[in-house]
Design a protein around this ligand. Structure first.
Ligand SMILES: Nc1nc2c(ncn2[C@@H]2O[C@H](COP(=O)(O)OP(=O)(O)OP(=O)(O)O)[C@@H](O)[C@H]2O)c(=O)[nH]1
Ligand SMILES: [Mg+2]
Length: 302
């Protein structure tokens, strides 16, 4: 039997729904999601095996014009993931009617052209459109231009037409042996997913610049045969005032954060845990290459 195997990179502007799509394709929650843009900062790798096809999806940070070193690292992750791709999925947000046809599609098309890989267009958030036919002229134009190999209008959130994506890209996947056992969902370590879950709760619980100024590092991750695993995480912020906001009056905010994160981590690990959170200040870490390296922004998991 001949098998197919390939890397499929999902790109798009922040908040387009890349991580929601990734999770929908996997049928599992690996990537964190929030209503705020720039939630994903590192790439997330998820493996789907169906019949004689194995695909490694790469969820990437939303493409931004860099304002900080952190953004530059995020954009390097996008570039690396485009280099690694056999196929590119360019995801646009149709709920942003003003930009989706005139700005988002040409912008992503340029990335796909530069990468020189078979590329497919996905028009997301179709559930938000009362009149779905408004996307038809855009689709016609894209088809006429003939750069994208194919397209689907989908809702990653509702799972609308997402099951057509794998069959659509099949022809562009190389004939190759599987790289992973069929039950492997990711190759990234559990401590990465744990730090992401904590970051997700921060994105949901805090406002304004706090989620953007917060990084999470797992400093202890001890598995125990009998009993709760011990996880010790540091939340790194940029200023003392942010530390005070994270902690809240009498520690109420961080207690709430810890409880919420612990529940989600226990669901993810299917394991009871003891979670300790500490807050540290590292001034302007977003613009500090040394800090970013120590937070793992210079190496990419494969
Ligand atoms: N209505 C609707 N909302 C969606 C859909 N897909 C994603 N969303 C929402 O859009 C927001 C952003 O989703 P994410 O999956 O985090 O987007 P992303 O592209 O990964 O964003 P970044 O990681 O910030 O680049 C969340 O509130 C999602 O629930 C969709 O198909 N329909
Ligand atoms: Mg994301």
């Amino acid at each position: 039997m001949s098998t197919k195997f390939g890397y499929v990179t999902i790109i798009g502007k922040p908040n387009a729904g890349k991580s929601t799509l990734m999770n929908s394709l996997l049928g599992a929650k690996l990537s964190i999601i929030s209503p705020k843009p720039q939630t994903t900062r590192k790439r997330v790798l998820g493996i789907v095996t169906e019949g004689d096809t194995q695909v490694v999806f790469l969820d990437t940070p939303g493409i931004v014009k860099p304002k900080y070193e952190l953004h530059r690292s995020m954009m390097e992750i996008v570039e690396q993931s485009l280099d690694d791709a056999d196929v590119i999925l360019a995801l646009v947000d149709a709920s942003d009617q003003r930009t989706f046809a005139t700005e988002q599609i040409p912008f992503l098309e340029q990335y796909c052209r530069d990468a020189g890989k078979p590329s497919y267009l996905l028009i997301n958030k179709m559930d938000t459109l009362f009149n779905k036919a408004v996307v038809l002229p855009t689709i016609q134009k894209v088809l006429d231009e003939g750069f994208f190999k194919d397209y689907r209008a989908i809702s990653a959130l509702k799972g609308m037409f997402t099951n057509e994506i794998l069959p659509m890209i099949m022809a562009s996947l190389p004939e190759e042996e599987f790289h992973y056992d069929i039950d492997v969902l990711s190759t990234q370590p559990q401590r990465f997913f744990v730090s992401e879950i904590i970051r997700e709760v921060v994105f949901h619980q805090y406002k304004e610049e706090i989620p953007y100024s917060t990084e999470v590092q797992i400093v202890e991750f001890t598995e125990r045969e009998n009993g709760k695993w011990h996880i010790h995480a540091e939340l790194i912020v940029e200023r003392d005032s942010q530390k005070a906001i994270i902690i809240g009056a009498k520690g109420a905010k961080i207690k709430y954060l810890g409880e919420k994160a612990r529940t989600l981590i226990e669901e993810h690990l299917e394991q009871k845990i003891y979670l300790e959170l500490f807050v540290k200040v590292r001034g302007d870490w977003r613009d500090n290459k040394g800090a970013l390296n120590s937070f793992g922004y210079s190496s990419i998991d494969m």
